[in-house]
Design a protein around this ligand. Structure first.
Ligand code: PLP
Length: 427
């Protein structure tokens, strides 16, 4: 097998692939393969429950949050997030037609419809904000870009940094606040060190008191939404309990494509039909998080095989020591690769693209300097059986993806090659 550094779908542990091959023929001694067995069989539903509890235990998900499984990938959640959170907002703020009418004259209709705050730090959060703009055409809401990382970049147009906290302007009482924890294309990621300038500014989120039903003050729950597609299960999630929704496609760290995992706070599992009665946009049944919750993620046929493989990966992770083990291993991996990039930068061979402190652990991006040098780097890697190193087509360069299944031995082999390349090119 190749040593694979692809960005997603990405490498999976060999032992899991071997186990899954057996499951394809005979799932848990049922005599029926996993791709054939009914999703409503007792064996499969028990497996799904186990998968849920493996995620809950390893990520320490509190009882305030439900874990849901669906399909459609991260991209489908770009839409589902907007629709469910606007429905929730409408239920919390039933339209007062008089106020909305007056508001329109004062430009206040959008406020009545809900502000959608987007933190844009890379290609994926930019895409999510674009989808939100599509869905609010006609006045269903208003997109506010809280901050755009390009404004703070070296060249004024690339996503190469997490902006410092003073750059953020959040709306009052937004319907959602959205961010992407790890930008897979650009290699930019929020730091998990609380005192880092590149950490997510949780302290700036407005949790203003408002009047509850009986006029008593109550603390508003922050509608914080995070795309964790390319950093899910690679280390613990900071302030998980303070999120309204966290979602991730499976195809980076935990399984094949086709499975999307959602961690949703109970107050965000709203009745979208009741919201539509109050003027919110109708939500397709399969995109409603409450539908998924009410049906135990079995409203329709789920991606049975992806769920199976994700379960095998998570069982293996648990046996190895869980997220703390992976956090330490992933830290060592990224440190070694960035050290090699910096060494190459010192010799004029590589150029690190992302600002210090904002670098992704999972997707290390850099450029190879000089005429034809990138091609030579990729050819040399290919000869050593290393694949998947070409950067995303929109930004070019090199991207080393270091997801959980990339071992320290794979990483060491790559670093060894990078050092040899530096020596050769700097002669
Ligand atoms: N969000 C992030 C951070 C991603 O890396 C990706 C895909 O690579 C997506 C969203 C889109 O996911 P999907 O292809 O599953 O729709």
């Amino acid at each position: 097998r190749a040593t694979y550094f692809g960005a997603g779908p990405s490498a999976l542990p060999v032992s899991v692939l071997e186990e899954a091959a057996k499951g394809l023929l005979n799932f848990q001694n049922t005599g029926i393969g996993i791709a054939e067995i009914s999703h409503r069989s007792k064996e499969f539903t028990a497996f799904l429950t186990t998968l849920e509890s493996l995620i809950r235990t390893q990520l320490d998900v509190p009882p305030t949050h439900q874990i849901l499984f669906t399909q459609g990938g991260g991209s489908q959640q770009f839409s589902a997030v907007v629709m469910n959170m606007l429905a929730r907002y409408r239920l919390l703020h039933p339209l007062d037609h008089t106020a909305a009418g007056q508001g329109q004259q004062e430009g206040g209709a959008a406020a009545a419809a809900g502000k959608l705050d987007y933190v844009v730090t890379g290609s994926w959060s930019k895409k999510a904000a674009e989808e939100a703009r599509r869905l609010v055409v006609g006045g269903g809401g208003q997109v506010n870009v809280v901050v755009d990382g390009r404004q703070y970049s070296k060249d004024g147009k690339s996503f190469d940094n997490i902006p410092s906290h003073d750059a953020y302007t959040f709306s009052e009482d937004p319907a959602l606040v959205y961010y992407c924890e790890n930008e897979t294309v650009d290699g930019v990621e929020f730091s998990h060190e609380a005192d880092s300038a590149a950490s997510f500014p949780f302290h700036l989120l407005k949790t203003s008191s408002s009047s509850g039903d009986g006029g008593a003050p109550r603390r508003r729950l922050v509608p914080l939404v995070a795309d964790y597609s390319s950093s899910f299960m690679m280390r613990p999630i900071p302030r998980l309990a303070d999120h309204a929704v966290i979602y991730a496609g499976a195809q980076k760290n935990i399984g094949p494509a086709g499975l999307t995992i959602l961690i949703v706070r109970q107050d965000c599992l709203v009745d979208v039909d009741a919201a539509a009665q109050l003027g919110a946009a109708p939500v397709p049944t399969t995109l409603s998080w409450k539908t998924l919750a009410d049906s135990g993620s079995l409203y329709n046929t789920p991606s049975v095989f992806s769920i199976y493989m994700a379960g095998l990966v998570l069982e293996r992770m648990g046996a190895q020591g869980g997220l703390r083990y992976y956090e330490e291993m992933n830290r060592r991996k990224e440190e070694k690769v960035y050290a090699a990039v910096r060494e190459g930068e010192g010799k004029g061979v590589f150029r690190k693209k992302v600002r210090d402190g904002s670098e992704s652990w999972m997707n290390v991006v850099f450029e190879v300097s000089g005429e034809g040098a990138e091609g030579r780097f990729l050819d040399g890697a290919e000869k050593r059986g290393m694949k998947g190193l070409k950067g995303h087509r929109s930004v070019g360069g090199i991207r080393v993806s270091l997801y959980n299944a990339v071992t320290e031995e794979h990483t060491d082999a790559l670093v060894q090659y990078m050092k040899e390349f530096i020596a050769e090119e700097s002669q």
